[in-house]
Design a protein around this ligand. Sequence first.
Ligand code: ARG
Length: 586
Amino acid sequence: MLNIKKFLFDFIKNFLAKKKIIYNINLIKIKFIKYRKFGDYQIYGIKNLEDKINKKNNYLFIINNLKLELKKINFIKEINIINFNFINIFLKKEWMEKELKKILISKRLNISKKKNQNNIVIDYSSPNMSKEMHAGHLRSSILGDSFFRISKFLGYNVIKINHIGDWGINFGMIINEIKIRNIENKISNLSISDLELIYINSKNKFNTDKNFKIKSNYYFKQLIDNNKKYVKIWKSIINLSTKNNDKIYKLLDLKLNNNDILGESFYKKFIPFIIKDLKNKKIAIKKNKSIIAPLRNYKNKFGKMMSVVLRKKKIYLYSITEIASIRYRCKYLFADRIIYFIDKRQKDHLLYSLHISKKANYINENVRFDHYSFGMILDNNKQPFKTRNKNNLKLIKLINKYIEKTKEFIINKNKLLLDNKKEMENISKIIAIGSLKYFDLSKNRLTDYIIDWNKIFLLNNNKLIYIYYSYMRINSIFNKINIKNLSKIKFIKKSNINISNNNELNISILIVRFEEILETVINYGTFNILCNYIYELSIEFTNYYHNNNFLLLEKNKYNSLNLILLISKIIKIGLYFLGIKIPKKI
Ligand code: ARG
């Protein structure tokens, strides 16, 4: 499939280079035009080039020449220049018809795998092991999962990393408390909420009880020195948490598994060297009992120079581990790109860690570094979810509540399902997890969003249900006309596709843009674009359905069947890319 936007972009870049025009390519924008009266794609910003090269009216020359060149492209039917600035392009129908055919007969929807494989490291989910996963981890987990599914399909070499919080003084505290309670041999019998209570309890004591603090420091020091007795306790704590998180990953149908864990503790062996290295490079200095890295370029609100604490009284902190992991990802995993799915509150932490890593030459300018941050999940009072005991809402509770609400919705919609309890449970689960994901991924990533339990299944809130209905309707068309047997499908595939009305044109344009959409999502982390795209395709299908009587098909109508077959294929794989399963029925 052709990524039209990218093709046009590269085309213009080449054109400008050939004409020896000095330009800043970022000034040139290409967008898809939703209402195709004036064109399908629009190129603009050429006018801005004039200032760059300081020759008046020169842009007219550029624009006219560019038009002549663009005319030679095989997929372009018509070009209109508006206000000497906007170049509007119409796609050629015949070209689309051929593309659709190629997409239809190809196993991969004619999307080829990337040839020069880039290594992309994605850091997501990454919960802390002394606590239960909370609602905030949902976003990181499902954004990362969708990114993985798409980039893998496109042929990138993607390395998933679950950067779990499995190291730090909190494990000294927990071990201390466990020893006091004398339960070190019973850890595997604990529930994850028991563990969290032990953690909270020990933290309170740590802050108020001096002896407890000394003892906790001692235990953590034993972990650092690899004392087998305490490492064993630590390992069983990590095991307990891991098992629990794994259940959630399975429930959410994430591609994340135990092999993807590369937690904070992994980097401890590199840290003494890194500290020494940073000191030698004059990036880190000793101050009182700590080691800090001053940041000359960053000032706080009082105008004072900022600094990052790397080690505090012999204890290494979150930042130094971050730096060690950046170094590891570049030096040993050969990352070309590193992406973090972490909430927006950690923006500065990542920025400073990157800054220090660059100064130390642990990461070079060519490595792309993205923080795909996100907002919070709020309740209908616009407050972060809290449970009664003032803790964050546990992720498992959120998921279960969603499933419960979905069941109510399903039972109301489809009383028949009540007869088959097992099927109902299964369908509810698929729809609940699907809706939870769709709801999340379809939001602008950066904004906070509200989950209002009373509204989650109102029609305007649940576009996924609409998508499901469209998909199922297409399936039932194929069932009803009894075209399920292979030879007929083959026949459909053999016949050509003709675009003969606006509705078909809209559908076709959407379909030929699929790869462009996927690459946009991968490049900007805008998952909502894919969500909307699938929804729009479903809407176009519904219009098409109402204009066509699919049940009275004659031979020449195989055209329509081809088109809806394509739609259903794209909905199916599109939902797969979002990590969403399709139920047998609703
Ligand atoms: N463990 C952290 C938390 O739960 C997130 C870690 C994200 N990844 C990273 N490389 N810092 O907030």
